[in-house]
Design a protein around this ligand. Structure first.
Ligand code: GLN
Length: 493
């Protein structure tokens, strides 16, 4: 089916990254001015939000000056010249520290830069700072942080989501044009939904994980958080592609989605998983979603009801596989090879020193995951839990293959609820259920995006919610072009 149309792709909001950086190229603004604007905004709003761990003021100024100097000399510093970008603090940067919001890595300085960050810099982007997150990216609220929680710019007693809560809050509060996050089970898309941003997780293997501190290596993927699908696409194009430092990166060519033209929504088959539209969703989420479907129907979309019966097995599958991989990845932090080391006590053996080091360095959620992971990998339980989870993973992948023969893309709410209050005191399992609609994209490795889906009323607050679109593996172009067309049916604020 050919969904191309001749519509112009130049539909653009003045707040889009493309418009912002064009002003720098046109000489109406400088990178330095734009950076100074962001830095003073961070000064004003970040004491309340705590979105940043570290602001890279001097390094960023030097970088911004060099971009302006190159532009003045008639050079082309790259497609992101003038862009101000924030980076989640589990991505290695040579400037500043990389702490993963853990006491374990409080003083860690990386000797190398993550490929994704390096590609942004090489494309002319200026990195303004490192953003707060749930420790080692484990969480859905950005409250599991060594140096205090992040707050949501749409209501400072609300969480911004997690684990990339600092990145989403930074973009929502206009402290950066765009930000990088990482997504193992929903950590880009859920905070984007809670903060009213666009958050995009590409196919597993599209963007190099080199320099991303590993959590669940078979699930982790880096991606952008921005104000529009265009912003996210632009960053994706710069970061994606094969990297010799990450053997799981794909050699498939990276398309240039938005230069391929807007997709024609007429006749596009959009699958709505019945399991994602349930009474358990917040009533506001249900209402906004129903309105979106009406709009899409009038735009000529063919709505197809589909079944994803394994939806609710995703969380339990994830909470075997992700902790298993985490327990292995985090074994390197023993205070000898890496990280914080406890003060040795007289007469103490190495085992005791390791144990105290790890108990001091890791917070409660990380310790819980290490225990869970060690348990499911232990002799006697390995087959009952780990092997079984891998079998369910295969079934989940097959389930997606099946529905993608009935529809082009899937659409549902990103989360069952809008942002909840800080300290809502959710038990761990209720917290884990935040990711019920997002986690299966990681399990299957497929690309998925959250775009703003309007606001809902919750106890007197107006809070953003997200629309979640998923597509087959490596169909980023279809996904982003569809997301852009759906985004256009919603008025931007
Ligand atoms: N919320 C999920 C977890 O706690 C997912 C986190 C992520 O995607 N990094 O593991």
């Amino acid at each position: 089916m050919n969904h191309d149309s001749n519509q112009s792709t130049d539909r653009e909001h003045p707040d889009d990254l493309v418009a912002r950086i064009r002003s720098v190229r046109a000489g109406e603004a400088t990178t330095v001015d734009r950076l100074e604007g962001m830095l003073s905004r961070i000064d004003t709003v970040d004491p309340a939000l705590n979105a940043f761990h570290e602001v890279l003021g001097e390094d960023a100024r030097r970088h911004a000056e060099s971009i302006d100097a190159r532009l003045a000399a008639g050079d082309d510093p790259g497609p992101l010249a003038g862009a101000i970008v924030a980076v989640k603090d589990n991505l290695c940067t040579t400037e500043g520290r990389t702490t993963c919001s853990s006491k374990m890595l409080e003083h860690y300085r990386s000797p190398f830069e993550a490929t994704a960050v390096e590609r942004l810099r090489n494309a002319g982007a200026t990195i303004v700072g490192k953003t707060n997150l749930d420790e080692f990216a484990m969480g859905s609220s950005s409250e599991n942080c060594a140096w205090g929680p992040v707050r949501n710019p749409h209501g400072v007693d609300r969480v911004p989501g997690g684990s990339s809560g600092g990145s989403a809050a930074a973009v929502a509060a206009d402290c950066a044009d765009v930000a990088l996050g990482s997504d193992t089970g929903g950590s880009i898309r859920q905070p984007a939904a809670f903060c009213g941003c666009v958050g995009f997780k590409p196919t597993y293997g599209r963007i190099s994980r080199y320099g991303l501190v590993a959590f669940g290596s078979s699930l982790d993927q880096i991606g952008p958080i921005g104000r529009s699908v265009r912003d996210a696409s632009l960053l994706y194009e710069v970061m994606a592609g094969v990297d010799p430092h990450d053997a799981t990166t794909s050699e498939l060519p990276v398309e240039s989605p938005l230069s391929e033209g807007t997709i024609d929504l007429r006749g596009l088959r959009v699958g709505i998983p019945r399991e994602h539209v349930t009474d358990e969703n917040h009533p506001g989420v249900t209402e906004r979603f129903a309105e979106t479907l009406d709009t899409l129907r009038s735009a000529g979309v063919t709505i197809v009801d589909v079944d994803l019966p394994l939806t609710h097995h995703g969380i339990s599958t994830y909470y075997v596989i992700a902790p298993a991989e985490a327990s292995s990845n985090l074994s390197r932090y023993d205070g000898i090879r890496y990280g914080h080391r406890a003060e040795a006590l007289p007469g103490e053996g190495l085992e005791e020193l390791y144990a105290r080091t790890r108990s001091e360095g890791f917070g409660p959620e990380v310790r819980r995951r290490i225990m869970l992971g060690t348990y499911v990998l232990s002799a006697g339980y390995y087959d009952a839990y780990y092997t079984r989870a891998l079998k369910v993973r295969r079934l989940i992948k097959q389930e997606f293959d099946g529905v993608f023969s009935q529809c082009d893309v899937l659409l549902g709410p990103t989360t069952p609820t809008p942002a909840f209050r800080l300290g809502a005191d959710l038990d761990p399992v209720s917290m884990y259920l935040n990711d019920v609609y997002t986690v299966n994209a990681n399990i299957a490795g497929i690309p998925a995006i959250s775009i703003p889906g309007g606001f809902v009323e919750d106890e007197g607050d107006a809070l953003p919610v997200g629309l979640h679109l998923q597509a087959p593996a490596f169909a980023e172009s279809l996904l982003l072009r569809t997301a852009s067309a759906v985004e256009a049916t919603h008025a931007r604020t």
